[in-house]
Design a protein around this ligand. Sequence first.
Ligand code: OVV
Length: 403
Amino acid sequence: MTMAATAAKHDCPVSHCDPYSRENLMDPHAMHAELRDAGPVFRLDRYDCYGMARFAQVHQGMNDWQTYSSASGVGLDDFRKTRPWRPPSILLEVDPPLHTQTRSVMSRVMSPAAMRQKREEWQEKADHLVDDLVARGSFDAIADLANVFPLRVFPDAVGLRPEGRENLLPYGNMVFNSFGPRNEVFLESVANAQPVVQWIMDQCRREVLTPGGFGAQIFEAMDRGEIDETQAPILVRSMLTAGLDTTIIGIGSMVYAFAQFPDQWQVLRDNPALLRPAFDEVVRWASPVQTFFRTTTRDVDVEGVTIPDGSKVLMFLGAANRDPRKWERPDDLDIRRPTIGHVGFGTGIHGCVGQMVARMEADVVMTAMLKRIKAIEIAGEPVRHLNNTLRSLASLPVRVIPA
Ligand code: OVV
């Protein structure tokens, strides 16, 4: 028999590393390189799951929802084996055909056209906030800017009442932690969870949502028969869960990126038309959402290694976005590089449906900063906030030089 008669079979490489250790959450890049080099797919024996960290396999896996399903949950927990800790999302934690239906409702509510209507009002709010910060000269880019701006625009856009909004960030933090193991980072975030979860659920009812907001528009889709009355509140919940921590990190990462790569700030100031690709490059470079799981629906061959049916596979978006097999000088921020294909918003049918919101928020904040700020300098030690899924800062002291 010739060698070509059957495809070569390989043993699956095994990694003993813990992607959820405090050390690796603090700084995952060395681990990412190790995992990419381990092979196109590897076993994480500590969690009894598989993983992919190279761009090619992450991209291909995320674009094959039939093989890599979301319906058993996109965290380490397998919904077929253990009861989900909250009613599953009908957007994130489902496959077609239900996903197709719910996604179309969400993508219409947060369409480019819908977001364009927000630009003027959001730009005014961004100008006002950045005016104050530039007048101060030194501030915390997380506490005083990234944490502030999305909370000034997004809850109003959804149509939430003013009381209780302090519950939004703890809830998001909790949910994104829950996609990982029940480690200390998770447990710390769910202490006193009950009132937070209850408040979130209460805000998803039609009676409390302001007319005209994103939330009310989801209920209008229900009136048209596109979704039913049990589904509308869960879609509002998706917005409240996925819409805040993520955009906060996006804006914080923008400031951190340009403070670390001041030449890129100059490039952008000279050519503000690069703002949109610049945001994509920041999302590639920072990967606010580091990982999501999928679950195989059949035995699947990956470059000669078989992943058995029913396996959890951890997709390392952050590692794929810095894979040197795909990107030149992957650790450098380069806003002129072609960022097409980065997986920072995911890719495939589950690619971020709220990215128009994120893009508009980043756009107005950056537009305000580009007009007023010549240079951004790091003025103190940045402090990380640990989360099992999100990579973010708790504090970033900066000094800005006015234009
Ligand atoms: C993308 C994302 C993250 C967290 C929660 C959800 C979605 C949801 O649909 O609930």
